[in-house]
Design a protein around this ligand. Structure first.
Ligand code: AHR
Length: 489
């Protein structure tokens, strides 16, 4: 039998709840006909936002939403998205050339922040530093955060329906500045950051500015950027990097070899975190550049979602994506002391999404169910786990695991990375004891290609079993994910 050692005395740290965040960009079908259907929609909505998505995001306790891009952020003028909707301009977005869609600005700052308020989630705004000015971003922060009645922009906010400040704390300074976000060198970005930072940080107290960091394994970007920031410390609170995995066959009809190839790529997140963090530590910037992995997920060939290619980057989501989700969130948990926040790309009708929607239809993907099952790790104390089982092709371990403690309960999430073999796994506690009352939530039934559709929305849903005399042994189907919640003695 396989085993997972639970090493209670080895505490890794607290898994910030914001590790479980999502990204919602103005691209394809994420915002329009995704989260936003409009107040005149005949479908259930709250202030124009799709009710089904709000209810399900609240159920999964999604704590954080990054907006408005992505690349979109770099051509976004926040002033276009405030005031009466009928007076807002329609713009060419950075995605228009790809999908022929124009930005109607019906969802702007007030709408997005209303969405976050409805969810009880924190907002994380990516500021445009490519095609605007530091003064313009300063004014955006003033609009969002100045106390009621103080500044002209706070009065404008009030006249737009929100008297009290939104208190948006998290501001990203640029996006992918090595590419579409300005084609900068790390040194020139660091100088831009310093300039923007001076105009941003003192609008109101308590802002947290996030450096726009490297693409995947480009550690030299991180090093060079930090070297320029090193002499001017004090006002950054995190550093992002982005990592997508893909190039592993068809979204749905992948082979077994492609299953392992994708999982192996997902597993690289572990090494990326270690290497970027080593750079941060070498510049003694641990408290200034905690990691923010604000775009991650699988990037499959386009056109496999319900819109058949109309929504740019929309893809189906199978059990393979669910296992990548569990692996990635386990890696984040196991490095939680280095991580400030993470946002999966993206929320709906796009890459690695939690929902697929069109018109009246809205379904949860297997990825959503993993976020839901793993919510108990949020703000919990993560302990070391050691999995003992046979390895798999591509040098993969047989299991991906993390475990955490909160409110007298232990939560263990394990993904079985084998495409073919079910597993019996024994949880073995060291330096602590687990109780007899357990809840076992299982996603997957051995079909690694399974996914949900509008016609069959519940093909893949978790099952929950309550156990009164828990033996410590758990069954995990091939290509499945299990979360065990058990009382601590
Ligand atoms: O998530 C889609 C795009 O991928 C984002 O806009 C960009 O930041 C990244 O390259």
């Amino acid at each position: 039998m396989d085993r997972i050692d639970l090493v209670f005395p080895e505490i890794i740290g607290k898994a910030e709840k914001n590790i479980y965040g999502v990204f919602a960009e103005h691209i394809g079908g994420v915002i329009y006909d995704g989260i936003y259907v409009g107040e005149d929609s005949t479908g259930p909505n709250v202030h124009g936002f799709r009710k089904e998505i709000i209810v399900k995001m609240k159920k999964a306790n999604i704590p954080l939403v990054r907006w408005p891009g992505g690349c979109f952020a770099e051509v976004y003028d926040w002033m276009d998205g405030i005031g009466p909707k009928e007076e807002r301009p329609t713009r060419v977005s950075c995605w228009t050339m790809r999908d022929g869609r124009y930005e109607p600005n019906l969802v702007g700052t007030d709408e997005f922040l209303d969405f976050c308020e409805q969810l009880g989630a924190e907002a994380y705004i990516a500021a445009n530093i490519t095609s605007t000015t530091p003064m313009h971003i300063r004014k955006w922060i003033d609009y969002c955060n100045s106390p009621a009645g103080t500044t002209t922009l706070s009065q404008l906010r009030e006249s737009n329906g929100h008297k009290e400040p939104y208190n948006v704390k998290l501001w990203g300074v640029g996006n992918e500045t090595w590419g579409g976000g300005g084609n900068m060198t790390p040194e020139s970005y660091a100088m831009e950051y310093r300039r923007y930072r001076e105009m941003m940080f003192d609008v109101v107290p308590g802002l947290e500015l996030i450096l726009s960091g490297a693409n995947a394994g480009d550690i030299s970007w991180t090093r060079q950027m930090l070297s320029v920031l090193d002499n001017n410390r004090g006002k950054s609170s995190g550093m992002s990097f982005h990592y997508y995995c893909g190039n592993a066959g068809d979204t749905v009809n992948f082979t077994e070899e492609e299953w392992y190839r994708l999982l192996s790529q997902a597993g690289k997140m572990d090494e990326l975190i270690r290497r970027h963090w080593a750079a941060v530590v070498s510049y003694k910037m641990e408290d200034k550049a905690k990691l923010c992995i604000d775009e991650w997920g699988c990037w499959h060939p386009e056109g496999t979602g319900p819109s058949k290619g109309y929504n740019l980057f929309e893809q189906q989501s199978t059990m393979r994506d669910a296992v990548v989700t569990a692996m990635t969130l386990n890696i984040f948990n196991n490095h939680c002391e280095k991580i400030k926040l993470c946002t999966v790309a993206q929320l709906v009708n796009n890459l690695h999404c939690l929902f697929l929607s069109a018109g009246e239809n809205c379904i949860c993907t297997p990825t959503y169910h993993v976020f839901d099952m793993m919510q108990y790790h949020q703000d919990a104390t993560v302990i070391r786990t050691i999995a003992e089982c046979d390895g798999l092709p591509e040098d993969l371990p047989g299991l991906s695991v993390s475990a955490s403690m909160k409110d007298g309960m232990l939560t263990v999430t394990a993904a079985n990375l084998s495409a073919t073999e079910d597993r019996e796994v024994s949880l073995v506690p060291f330096g602590g004891e687990i109780g007899k009352e357990a809840e076992i939530i299982t996603l997957g039934d051995g079909d690694i290609h399974a996914y949900n559709t509008f016609e069959q929305p519940e093909r893949v849903v978790p099952t929950t079993k309550k156990v009164e005399n828990f033996s410590g042994v758990v069954s995990i189907p091939a290509g499945g994910v299990v979360t065990v919640r058990v009382s601590l003695k």
